[in-house]
Ligand binder design. Structure first.
Ligand code: UTP
Length: 293
């Protein structure tokens, strides 16, 4: 079985749920304390053994390229102030993985964005990390999914149960238990943004999918789906219906950085853990909570 060394991070969406800030700052560059969301995705992939990462961007997202690049002038200024540790930290970020960038050119949906990566991926299985889904976990979620692929050879989608009132904004999967574990399901159908009555289950794809390269022919043949966009879920659904895929209820806490509430929650959680902020921030939070109704 081919080893997985490549990942795609689609990050070319309009980010309308994060307006007005996303008009000028890519949502993937919004900070969780002092690191942008996209850093956590690259780190998760790198810690899972992925060496090459393609970020799909658009014309307003150059800040992401700058973040993973070295700035020799900036380093010189830091060194002049004796800040060697900061230089080391910036170099470690730049060395996490080989990070490549490609513009989607037209924002036609997640399926269309992933389709742009065909020549980067070639004939290998690969991971997709949705650009606004940050997951904090013991074992990186990509690694959890790659372990499933390595024993099954099948496409794997990362899933979580979603509250029934929210499922119409997500996908809904037809799942059945497997003998492997309580958290691994077989899946033979799914629907994107189901209308009431169309749901298969409350399990929804959240942020991570592991695909085989035959998905590109399916993507190329897609018709526009929900919202008039080329939906990656529609391509994965075809694969699920024809040969079956696996759905892993992954270990980890997910934050939707594409939504204001997810951005706030991620910052509270990390702010209470960060070595430079945790003491003061926790004291502040405890006092603040008492003022809430
Ligand atoms: P979302 O639907 O969450 O992102 O897509 P969006 O379109 O930016 O969100 P809103 O609804 O306008 O706020 C999931 C991921 O797919 C990427 C997004 O950047 C996000 O990381 N995406 C989406 C693309 O790369 N290209 C697209 O055409 C659409």
């Amino acid at each position: 079985m081919k080893r997985i060394t490549k990942a795609i991070i689609p990050a070319a969406g309009l980010g309308t749920r994060m307006l007005p800030i996303s008009h000028a700052v890519p949502k993937e560059m919004l900070p969780i304390v002092d690191l942008p969301a996209v850093y956590y995705l690259v780190k998760e992939a790198a810690e899972s053994g992925i060496t090459d990462i393609l970020i799909i961007t658009n014309r307003d997202k150059d800040a992401m390229e700058d973040f993973f690049d070295l700035s020799i002038e900036y380093e010189k200024a830091l060194l002049a102030k004796g800040r060697e540790a900061d230089v080391k930290m910036l170099r470690e970020i730049a060395d996490l993985a080989n990070v490549y960038f490609l513009r989607q050119k037209e924002t036609k949906g997640l399926g269309h964005a992933v389709g742009r990566a065909r020549s980067f991926v070639g004939d290998e299985p690969f991971m997709v990390l949705y650009g606004d889904d940050i997951i904090f976990s013991e074992t990186p979620v990509c690694r959890q999914m790659m372990d499933v692929y390595e024993k099954s050879g099948k496409c794997v989608v990362g899933v979580k149960p979603v509250a029934p009132e929210w499922i119409s904004k997500y996908s809904s999967l037809k799942v059945a238990p497997t003998a492997w574990s309580d958290t691994l399901f077989s899946c033979d159908d799914m629907i994107e943004k189901p209308k009431k009555g169309e749901e298969f289950s409350n399990y929804s794809i959240l942020g991570r999918v592991l695909l085989t390269p035959d998905i590109f022919d399916i993507i190329d043949a897609l018709e526009p789906g929900a919202g008039g966009e080329y939906q990656l879920t529609d391509a994965i659904a075809k694969k699920a219906r024809t040969e079956g895929i696996l759905a892993l209820d992954f270990e980890g806490e997910r934050f939707d950085m594409g939504a204001k509430i997810g951005f706030l929650k991620a910052n509270v959680v990390r702010g209470a853990l960060h070595s430079e902020t945790k003491e003061e921030f926790k004291a502040f939070l405890k006092a603040f909570v008492k003022t809430l109704d």
